[in-house]
Design a protein around this ligand. Structure first.
Ligand SMILES: Cc1cc2nc3c(=O)[nH]c(=O)nc-3n(C[C@H](O)[C@H](O)[C@H](O)COP(=O)(O)OP(=O)(O)OC[C@H]3O[C@@H](n4cnc5c(N)ncnc54)[C@H](O)[C@@H]3O)c2cc1C
Length: 290
């Protein structure tokens, strides 16, 4: 099928894009890499009178270090971030997650902001953003505001961004101290969305005990999900004494997977527990060896 007719707009500044959105709010959608939106338009799952193309807005691109955060412009291609030295050095979890997204052709067009704004619970980047406690900056007609990842993802394909707001950049906390990170997922074929996945971040104190832990699941509910109870249980435990399998079993209790054509909820839960145990062990080992 082909998309229904729409009017195409190509603004060159965020302000111009926001003004266009405000003027056509109920009938307009922004497009970035088009890797999720174009299939939805072509299949007529979505239909808009106005399409606002962000690709000419230079200020939405780029990766820069700002104090203790790495700021990634929403329009930065997933492939640019994947090959960025800054990302590899300062946000290792993001660096490891990016190659897991689809195929390289998709990452060449798909953007960091597009993936996060799309809020697909099975996607890697929302899961990483939640795991690391990233913050999203939204720009709308009344200025800009910052939203924590924990408040950003509302439901399937639904974020807390208002219809007249644009995601301008995402700030990821940089890795410091004795930290370890891991992301594990299971997909039926290389390049497919994961049936289930998990990312882990741990920081140890000077006694090699867990000072901070974060476990976030993808594909295990209507949004990416943090396993707060399991995270709290880890704090204070020596890295080499953590029972990863038991912690992973506790962690999956925080999830609410559904049945679909790809897998049952029970299967997802079993897989997610196994992935979480592996990811936790890898993150702890990395932190312990740092
Ligand atoms: C075959 C295939 C396999 C894929 N596999 C995976 C996978 O394994 N894992 C994965 O995570 N993704 C996967 N994807 C999706 C891919 O990562 C998309 O690039 C991503 O979901 C959307 O990014 P985009 O830049 O293409 O956004 P678009 O498709 O242009 O937009 C997606 C949505 O986000 C909104 N949006 C985009 N940018 C902004 C912004 N700056 N501010 C506000 N709203 C915005 C749009 O209005 C739209 O609603 C796959 C896609 C395909 C086609």
């Amino acid at each position: 099928m082909k998309p229904a007719q729409f009017e195409y707009h190509a603004p060159t500044s965020t302000l111009e894009a926001v003004t266009l959105l405000k003027n056509h709010v109920d009938e307009a959608k922004v497009i970035a890499g088009g890797q999720s939106l174009v299939p939805m338009l072509a299949l007529r799952i979505a239909r808009f009178e106005h399409l606002i193309d962000l690709n000419r807005i230079e200020e939405l691109r780029g990766i820069r270090l700002e104090g203790d955060t790495l700021v990634v412009g929403a329009l930065t291609r997933q492939s640019s971030a994947e090959h960025s030295e800054l990302v590899a050095r300062h946000v290792p979890l993001l660096h490891r997650a990016l190659p897991k997204i689809g195929h390289f052709q998709i990452r060449n067009r798909g953007t960091i902001g597009g993936s996060i704004a799309h809020a697909d619970p099975a996607s890697e980047l929302p899961c990483v953003a939640l795991c690391l406690g990233a913050t999203m900056t939204l720009v709308g007609p009344n200025g800009s505001r910052t939203v924590d990842a924990s408040d950003f993802f509302i439901s399937i394909w639904q974020s807390s961004a208002e219809p007249d707001e644009i995601l301008s950049h995402v700030a990821f906390p940089v890795a410091t101290g004795t930290s370890g990170f891991a992301i594990e997922e299971f997909a039926l074929r290389a390049g497919d969305f994961a049936i289930a996945g998990v990312s882990c971040a741990v920081t140890l104190d000077s006694d090699r005990r867990v000072a901070r832990a974060s476990i976030a699941f993808m594909g295990m509910g209507p949004t990416p999900l943090r396993a707060h109870e399991a995270e709290s249980a880890l704090v204070g435990t020596r890295a080499d004494a953590v029972d990863c399998a038991a912690t992973a079993r506790l962690a999956v209790e925080a999830t609410t997977p559904g049945d679909d054509v790809h897998a049952s909820a029970a299967y997802r839960t079993r897989i997610a527990a196994s992935l979480a145990a592996t990811a936790l062990r890898r993150a702890l080992e990395e932190a312990d060896n740092a």
